[in-house]
Design a binder for this molecule. Sequence first.
Ligand code: COA
Length: 259
Amino acid sequence: MVYKNILTQIANSVCTVTVNRPDKLNALNKETIAEIGQAVKAAEAESSVRVIIITGSGTKSFVAGADISEFASYTDQQGKELARHGQQVFNSIEKCTKPVIAAVNGFALGGGCELAMACHIRYASDNAKFGQPEVKLGLTPGYAGTQRLPRLIGMGRAIELLITGDMIDAQEAFRIGLVNKVTTQEELMNACLQLAGKIIQQAPVAIAEVLKCVGDYQSKTTDGFETEIQSFGYCITTEDFKEGTAAFLEKRKPVFKGK
Ligand code: COA
């Protein structure tokens, strides 16, 4: 698949999706959001891929938000459609059956912070900056920032960031649990690849089931406790479970097949 605004690369079971609009600090226009959705879907379907990493091109910005020039003259209807589409794509990232890591290599503002939050895990470089500056433009977030930020950092801190539009640096994002790790810019990709390497050693079906269970914890319609019971029972039927337990008992490393 040829994309206009993103780059994709598959190596060692990791698909890296790079938002590539450096002259706009990787701001997300509609086309870019659609392409990210397509790339994640393709990586999910590609059996050689085990982990997906999303990052931004260059060293200054992960994603500096939705493309302000695109929606500046929108009607309310167009605004709703833009938000709905963005939420659909970001929800599909959160629901991806393969782990998605955000490698936040610079500004993660507005839609950029929302994209990072839709990923399962966030690592950041020490120059990264996070924020939801929409109120400065007379807007609310549109890609679920009001929903995911409170879940990740708690209601009080989230509301403060959402209604001041303040930016926080990577260390503060780490302190409040918005990111899992902070590295130098040079080390960021290596750290994400190391994390991916650890994940890749585990059983693929079990990983997909864990992601499903955790996703249902946040669901208002599905009981995540019940999902976990079902997933536990299902995993017991897999070849990977037999291999994992046999390897433990035989004191050797398991070789998982994802079945
Ligand atoms: N949408 C469209 N274009 C954007 C953009 C966005 N969200 N963020 C940055 N750009 C563009 C700028 O317009 C500029 O384009 P130009 O060179 O054609 O003028 C280019 O990217 C570089 O940005 P610039 O503002 O000159 O860089 P900076 O280092 O001075 O500031 C930011 C960086 C991130 C602080 C600043 O660009 C910014 O505040 N961006 C908007 C963030 C935002 O409000 N996001 C939420 C949108 S809902």
